[in-house]
Design a protein around this ligand. Structure first.
Ligand SMILES: Cc1cc2nc3c(=O)[nH]c(=O)nc-3n(C[C@H](O)[C@H](O)[C@H](O)COP(=O)(O)OP(=O)(O)OC[C@H]3O[C@@H](n4cnc5c(N)ncnc54)[C@H](O)[C@@H]3O)c2cc1C
Length: 575
C-alpha cells in the first residue's frame, strides 16, 4: 500500500492556511497570537508578502470612524447596497469591530496606517452621504505583516498551489498541492484548515487575476456548501484603449445623441457604480444609440474625493500615489487625454460563494474560509459582488474575517483529534492533477481560459441576464468542461493553469445555475425576463452542494424576523 511519504513531501501542523494574501497573513498572525504554541503553516501559490491583491494598488480601508453610526450604516446598506439579503447580525459585528480591528492591524504593520496629528486614523468619505469612512495604509503594508508572521513562527510554503482538500469521515484533515518550481507534491496534514485564496475573477483583469477559484473548487469537492453564487460580476466603465476603469463614469454618461443618461438609472444616494450601468449600456447599443461617452467635468467623484485622496494631501502614501499617478498617465496616454471620453464596460468579477457561519466556519467540520473567498457566501453583504458599492470593504473584511476565522480554527484545533489523512485519497488526487503533464499532444490550458472568458464576459451573459442567454452560456461552459480531460501541460505553471481552468468551469457553472434559480432582479442580479424585485418569493439565500456529482440547489429564508431593518410589508415579522 502506498504511504503519504511515498507520494510527496509531508508536513504536519495544527492550522493550515491556504493563500498568503492579506486575509491569509492576518489569519496566521491572529492564530499565533491566540495560541503561540500552535503550529501554523501558510501555503501560497506566489510569494507571500508580495502575493495577492492588497499590494496591487490597494490600501483604502472602510471602517466606522468615531463619529459614524453603526445603525445608520446598516440601514443604508440594506436599502442601497445588499437590498435586504444581508445577514444584518454579522454586518453589525463587522461594523462595530472595525475601529479596534484596524488598530490591531496597524500594530502588526508597524504603523502603516495614516493618522492625523491627534493620532486618529485620517479619514474621508467616498461620497458625503455614505455613512462610513475610509482610511488608508501605504501600498507595501503586506511586507511588515509578513515579517511579523515569520517572527511569530509561522511557516510559509511559497510557490506552491493547493489543488484539493483531504477529508476523513467528512472532516477536513489536510490539503495537497504541488510546487510551481519543481513539481514537488505537497501533503499538509492539519487539525484545522483556513481557506484564504480569494474568489474567482476569470483572469479578466490583470491586477485582480490571482483569484482563480481554486479554493472554492477544492471546498466544493470536499463537500462544502456554496451560497449566493449568483452574485460575483460587477461592471465598470473604462477607456476603450486602456481598458482601465474611469471611476464614476456612469455618473456623467451620455449617448451618441448627447442625451444625459445618468439620471435615468442612478439614485442620488448611490454609493458607487451599480448593475444598471451595464443594462443601460446594453440597451443603448441595441437601440442604436452607442457609443456611450463620459464627461469628466461632470464627474463629482473624480473632481472631489479622488483628486483629494489621490495625492498626499490627505493620506501620506507616497508609494501608492506614485503607483496610481503612473497608471493614470499611461491610461490617459492610451485613451488620448480627452475631456469627453468614449467608454466601454469592463467586467470585474469577485465570485466568492463559500458558505460560512458567524465564526467563518464552512459546512465541512474543520474547514474555515476568510477574506474574499467567502465574502458573498457569508451572506453579510447581500445582493452584490464584493467589495463594490462599499469601497474599502475588501481589505477591511480580509483582516477582520481573517482574525475571526483564525480564532475559530484555533479553538477547533485545540479540541480536535489528530488528523488522519488517507494516502489513497491523496494518490487519486495526484494522479488526476498530474495527468496533463508530459502529454505529447492536447489542448493548451490558456485556450480553454479564453473560451471560459468568452462564455462569461459578455454583458448579456453575466450582467444583464435572461434564461435563454444564461442557458446558452452554461451550455458553452459545460462543453468546455467536457474538453478538460484533453488538457496538456509542458511545465508546472501550465499544470497549475490546467487546474485553474477546471476551477473556472466550476465557478461559472455555480454562477449560472444559481442565477437561473433566482427569478427576480435584485442588486447586482438583473434579469431581463424577471425585471422586478420580488420580496414575496425571493428574500432567500440560494445554496448549493455536490451530491454524487450533481450540483443540488436549495433556498433558505433570510431570517428577517431577527433583523432590525425590514422591507415594506415585512415590518410585522418579529422574533
Ligand atoms: C488594483 C486593486 C486595488 C484594490 N483596492 C482596494 C482598496 O483600496 N480597498 C479595498 O478594500 N480593497 C481593494 N481591493 C480589493 C482587495 O485588495 C481584496 O479584497 C483583498 O486583497 C482580499 O484579500 P484576500 O487575502 O482575501 O485575497 P487576495 O489578496 O486575493 O489573496 C489571495 C491569495 O491566495 C493565493 N492563492 C490563490 N489560489 C491559491 C492556491 N490554489 N494555492 C495557494 N495559494 C493560492 C493568491 O496567490 C493570493 O496571494 C483592490 C484590489 C485590486 C486588485
Amino acid at each position: 500500500m502506498t504511504t503519504l511519504q511515498q507520494l510527496g513531501k509531508v508536513t504536519s501542523t495544527d492550522i493550515l492556511i491556504i493563500g498568503g494574501g492579506i486575509a491569509g497573513i492576518s489569519a496566521a498572525i491572529a492564530a499565533k497570537e491566540a495560541s503561540p504554541e500552535a503550529g501554523v503553516v501558510v501555503v501560497e501559490k506566489a510569494t507571500s508578502g508580495w502575493a495577492g491583491q492588497a499590494n496591487k494598488g490597494a490600501g483604502v480601508f472602510s471602517y466606522m470612524a468615531k463619529e459614524d453610526s453603526v445603525d445608520e450604516f446598516i440601514k443604508y446598506h440594506v436599502e442601497n447596497i445588499g437590498i435586504y439579503l444581508e445577514d444584518q447580525e454579522l454586518l453589525r459585528q463587522y461594523a462595530a469591530e472595525s475601529y479596534a480591528t484596524l488598530e490591531r492591524f496597524d500594530t502588526w504593520s508597524g504603523g502603516r496606517m495614516c493618522r492625523d496629528s491627534s493620532g486618529d486614523f485620517t479619514h474621508e468619505r467616498f461620497y458625503p452621504w455614505v455613512p462610513w469612512s475610509l482610511t488608508a495604509a501605504e501600498l507595501d503594508m503586506l511586507l511588515p505583516i509578513h515579517r511579523r508572521a515569520k517572527k511569530l513562527g509561522v511557516e510559509f510554503i511559497d510557490k506552491t498551489t493547493v489543488v484539493d482538500l483531504l477529508t476523513d469521515a467528512g472532516r477536513a484533515v489536510g490539503a495537497v498541492g504541488f510546487s510551481l518550481l519543481d513539481g514537488t507534491f505537497h501533503i499538509v496534514k492539519a487539525k484545522a484548515i483556513v481557506i484564504a485564496t480569494a474568489g474567482q475573477a476569470y483572469r479578466l483583469l490583470g491586477m485582480w487575476s490571482c483569484q482563480r477559484g481554486d479554493g472554492q473548487a477544492a471546498a466544493y469537492r470536499a463537500g462544502a456548501e456554496m451560497r449566493n453564487a449568483e452574485f460575483g460580476p460587477m461592471l465598470q466603465l473604462a477607456g476603450t484603449r486602456s481598458k482601465e476603469a474611469v471611476l464614476a463614469a456612469e455618473t456623467a454618461l451620455y449617448n451618441r445623441k448627447w442625451e444625459f443618461l445618468s439620471p435615468s438609472f442612478r439614485s442620488e444616494r448611490d454609493s458607487d457604480s451599480g448593475s444598471m450601468t451595464g443594462v443601460v449600456w446594453y440597451q443603448q447599443w441595441k437601440a442604436g444609440n452607442g457609443p456611450l461617452y463620459t464627461m469628466h467635468s461632470h464627474n463629482w467623484l473624480l473632481n472631489n474625493t479622488v483628486k483629494h485622496v489621490g495625492s498626499n494631501e490627505v493620506w501620506n502614501r507616497p508609494k501608492a500615489v506614485a503607483f496610481w499617478t503612473r497608471l493614470l498617465e499611461k491610461t490617459q496616454a492610451a485613451d488620448g487625454y480627452l475631456a469627453v471620453q468614449e467608454v466601454i464596460p469592463v467586467l470585474m468579477v469577485e465570485h466568492t460563494p463559500i458558505k460560512t457561519d458567524h465564526s467563518h466556519a464552512t459546512t465541512v467540520p474543520g474547514l474555515y474560509a476568510v477574506g474574499a473567498s467567502a465574502y458573498a457566501g457569508s451572506s453579510m453583504i447581500g445582493a452584490i459582488c464584493p467589495p463594490h458599492r462599499q469601497r474599502g470593504s475588501g481589505l477591511f473584511n480580509a483582516v477582520w474575517s481573517g482574525i475571526r476565522g483564525a480564532n475559530a480554527a484555533v479553538a477547533y484545533a485545540a479540541k480536535a483529534g489528530e488528523p488522519r489523512a488517507d494516502a489513497g485519497q491523496a494518490e487519486a488526487i495526484k494522479h488526476r492533477v498530474f495527468a496533463p503533464l508530459g502529454k505529447s499532444a492536447g489542448i493548451h490550458p490558456l485556450e480553454l481560459v479564453s473560451e471560459v472568458q468568452a462564455a462569461f464576459n459578455p454583458v448579456g451573459y453575466s450582467t444583464y441576464k435572461s434564461k435563454d442567454r444564461m442557458e446558452e452560456a452554461l451550455g458553452r461552459i459545460l462543453d468546455i468542461r467536457a474538453k478538460t480531460p484533453e488538457l496538456a501541460a509542458s511545465d508546472h505553471h501550465h499544470l497549475s493553469a490546467c487546474n485553474e481552468v477546471v476551477s473556472m468551469c466550476l465557478s461559472a457553472e455555480m454562477f449560472y445555475r444559481s442565477s437561473l434559480e433566482r427569478k427576480e432582479s435584485r442588486g447586482w442580479h438583473v434579469r431581463e425576463d424577471y425585471p422586478d424585485r420580488d420580496d414575496k418569493n425571493w428574500l432567500k439565500w440560494i445554496s448549493m452542494k455536490d451530491e454524487k456529482g450533481e450540483m443540488v440547489l436549495s433556498a433558505e429564508d433570510v431570517p428577517l424576523e431577527r433583523f432590525p431593518f425590514k422591507p415594506a410589508g415585512f415590518e410585522g415579522r418579529k422574533p
